[in-house]
Ligand binder design. Structure first.
Ligand code: PHE
Length: 330
């Protein structure tokens, strides 16, 4: 019966404690042996002997339970420490990926307009004639339809040739004021150094009640936007034609490669064409049932921006998924 407490306290793991438990409390353990002596104790002393033994047993049990709780807590802590993850460790799992230059350019464009409170809208890529052409003041047999060579489906629907149908869908769904951009993929039958059958545009549309919006508003925002994208370039608005805007303009920036001196990229003109825009044609408002409003719209090609910003010579390379191209944009 000596040093049983010390044995309990000395167990340094749950397994060791279990051995101690068998040794003390087991059927052939120390306590069982002590209780066996009871039958040899003389009658008058039996009660005191049994009481003493029971007290001893209870004290040992208490000591045992306490040590068990201690060891369980230690074990749990050891387990948690061994499974812990250090979230602040640097990863050495190799190199990171990167955004595709088209995505990255698109995000930059969107950021600019979102900061000016434009909402981001989208529309279907499979469009109908009404939204892609008719409502945009391109009636059937209008020669301007030849400007865009269209992919048609047998049922007369088509792959949208520009993001302008999102203008129509937004105006038919909402009331002015409207202030949106519509980024997305568009499709044309084209394939050469500067054209792929699928590319991306960002459309912009602002409509206000009354006469609030003018060509001046359009000029201000696009000039500021182009400075944001390309830095301190010259911006030039050149009269042009789109069926859905009047007046219309194409916007040029001074060549970012030669600074306007004239080089191969700008075909020795000193200027790079970067977007189309104009004041929304009254016929477009008529098609969507708007009256007494004014607005402007613009559209740009995201790949063209990406090519200029990153000096990518062949547009088609953006869609070949060649890792050697993508690795340059990490
Ligand atoms: N939708 C025209 C295009 O694809 C671009 C544009 C949009 C021009 C809005 C003017 C206004 O070429």
């Amino acid at each position: 019966m000596e040093n049983l407490e010390a044995k309990i306290d000395g167990a340094s793991s749950l397994e060791e404690l279990e051995k101690v438990r068998v040794e003390i409390f087991g059927k052939k353990g120390v306590l069982a042996a002590e209780f066996a002596k009871l039958k040899d104790v003389p009658g008058p002393e039996k009660k005191a002997f049994a009481e003493g033994l029971n007290k001893k047993k209870a004290a040992l049990q208490e000591r045992f339970d306490a040590r068990k709780r201690e060891l369980e807590a230690l074990e749990l802590e050891r387990k948690m420490r061994s499974e812990a993850l250090d979230m602040t460790l640097f990863s050495n799992l190799g190199e990171k990926g990167a955004l595709h230059p088209v995505r990255e350019t698109m995000d930059r464009i969107i950021d600019y307009f979102v900061a000016l409170n434009f909402a981001v809208e989208s529309g279907p890529m499979v469009e109908d004639d009404f939204h892609n052409f008719e409502a945009l003041n391109l009636p059937k047999h209008h020669p301007a339809r030849d400007m865009q060579d269209t992919f048609y489906f047998a049922d007369g629907t088509l792959l949208r040739t520009h993001t302008s149908p999102v203008q129509i869908r937004t105006m038919m769904r909402q009331k002015p004021p409207i202030r949106i951009i519509a980024p997305g993929a568009v499709f044309r039958r084209d394939y050469d150094l500067t054209h792929t059958p699928m590319f991306h545009q960002v459309e912009g549309l602002v409509v206000e009640e009354g006469e609030k919006v003018s060509f001046a508003s359009l000029k201000w925002i696009l000039t500021d936007f182009l400075h944001y994208m390309f830095g301190e370039v010259e911006v030039r608005f050149r009269p042009s034609f789109f069926p859905f805007t009047e007046p219309s303009a194409e916007v040029d920036i001074s060549c970012i490669f030669c600074g306007g001196e004239g080089c191969r990229v700008c075909s020795h003109t000193g200027w790079l064409e970067v977007l189309g825009c104009g004041v929304v044609d009254p016929n477009v408002f008529k098609a969507v049932g708007y009256e007494g409003v004014s607005g402007y719209a613009f559209g740009l090609g995201v790949e063209r921006f990406a090519m200029l910003l990153h000096r990518i010579p062949d547009l088609r390379s953006l869609f070949e998924g060649d890792i050697r191209l993508l690795e340059q944009f990490r």
